[in-house]
Design a protein around this ligand. Structure first.
Ligand SMILES: *[C@@H]1O[C@H](CO)[C@@H](O)[C@H](O)[C@H]1NC(C)=O
Length: 400
């Protein structure tokens, strides 16, 4: 998760002909309503800060350093316990019961293949297979999301390796390894297009870091289309021909909290911004899904900007000026004021209404977080700022 940018989801369905095919979900005629299972098969410090704090080592800031600076058996057993407990089948039941139809599951490349000198710890892949089974048991669709690539595609901790500048795009070996992993994912779930209708080949590559990144990403999207679609095509070579946009969706991510200006906005300005996305997002000629967004409207959550960094909202992040205190704006929903919970409901609905009006649907980031309930779908259901049925709106006219 981070910032506003786009990536590509590639549909995974059997082809009926070059010009029409049957996806595992009626994209375009039915809205995607879903949630990300963030911080599960790929650690993010802000989603599970305790896992990082318990190491007693401040140099452990991402999953790379989690493996690098600890005894292997210790790190491995902490991860195994986390994979076993953070998400279980009961979560899939609760997600389906909340009226959602999709989950997006982030996973890092190292689940599939670890190169020499890379300190990542494996063992998460069986949980992905298990998750797909659980999704099927509860009638949910899965978008498998490659969230971390060799060399890091964006330099954020959520790619597995926090770096000053991404290095995925500048090294052809990294890109080729990623292509192979996408082929592996595609083959693993080739027989289940009804449960895994989409694969997101790379989360948030840093296209904003310059033309070299953009060029690598463009080629990678094209290659991924072939890598994902071809093995599953019923008609073989015909599918290698353009149009390349067949079965492709844009996955856009929308946050208002990763800039000083975003943190300085009033609650009403946040709502207005959410409503303005009705015009910003309109007119796409591909399927469009808002694959990450959240009701959180501050960057107050501990470690949200990385372990060791503060928040713009409290003025403890480099280059920011305090807007106010983070007290009562993050942590447990049991501490949130009535007016804050009303605002969370309003900003949740303003986004859902806007995204459903002009896109093919949405997936909130994220299902659960240890101590940042403003981001958590599960907590929103519990404390009431997210409706038990996502079509049940208290503020249907919030965008006018
Ligand atoms: C390119 O990346 C691979 C790992 O994917 C690494 O082994 C190799 O040293 C890198 N090459 C350069 C020139 O950095």
């Amino acid at each position: 998760m981070q910032r506003l940018l786009t990536s590509v989801l590639v549909g995974f369905s059997l082809a009926k002909s070059v010009f029409s095919f049957t996806p595992g979900f009626p994209y375009g005629s039915q809205k995607v309503r879903g949630v990300n299972l963030g911080g599960w098969l790929l650690l993010e410090p802000w989603i599970t800060p305790s896992i990082f704090d318990n190491t007693g080592n401040n140099a452990i800031v991402d999953e790379w350093t989690f493996g690098q600076y600890q005894n292997h058996n210790t790190a491995s057993s902490v991860l195994q316990n986390h994979w076993n407990t953070w998400i279980t089948e009961s979560d899939f039941g609760a997600i389906a019961a909340a009226g959602l139809n999709h989950v997006r599951i982030p996973i890092g490349y190292w689940a599939f293949e670890v190169g020499p000198g890379e300190p990542y710890i494996q063992g998460q892949l069986p949980y992905l297979t298990q998750a797909v089974q659980w999704a099927q048991n509860h009638g949910l669709k899965v978008i498998i999301d490659l969230h971390g690539a060799p060399g890091s595609q964006n330099g954020y901790d959520n790619s597995g390796h926090r770096l000053p500048f991404p290095t995925w795009h500048s090294n052809q070996t990294n890109i080729e390894r990623t292509d192979e992993i996408i082929k592996t994912i595609a083959s693993m779930f080739a027989g289940q297009p009804d449960v895994v209708p989409m694969i997101a080949p790379l989360n948030e590559p840093a296209g904003y870091d310059g033309s070299a990144v953009l060029a690598a990403v463009r080629q990678y999207w094209l290659d991924s289309w072939g890598n994902i679609r071809y093995p599953h095509s019923a008609i073989g070579p015909a599918f290698c021909t353009p149009p390349h946009y067949q079965g492709v969706a844009m996955d856009t991510h929308i946050y208002q909290v990763f800039s000083n200006a975003g943190n300085e906005m009033s609650w009403q300005q946040h709502i207005n911004t959410a409503c303005q996305y009705q015009s910003i997002l309109s007119g796409f000629d591909l399927w469009l899904v808002v694959g990450e967004w959240a009701p959180a409207m501050t960057d107050c959550a501990k470690y949200l900007n990385g372990r060791g960094y503060g928040s713009r909202y409290a003025g403890t992040y480099p280059g920011s000026t305090a807007v106010g205190s983070c007290n009562g704006l993050t942590g447990s929903g049991s501490t949130f004021s009535a007016s804050y919970k009303t605002f969370l409901r309003q900003i949740w609905e303003a986004q859902v209404i806007s995204y459903e009006k002009v896109t093919d649907g949405w997936l909130q980031w994220t299902w659960k977080a240890e101590n940042a309930d403003e981001w958590s779908y599960q907590a929103g259901l519990k404390y009431g700022w997210i409706p038990q049925n996502p079509t049940n709106h208290m503020y249907p006219n919030i965008c006018g």
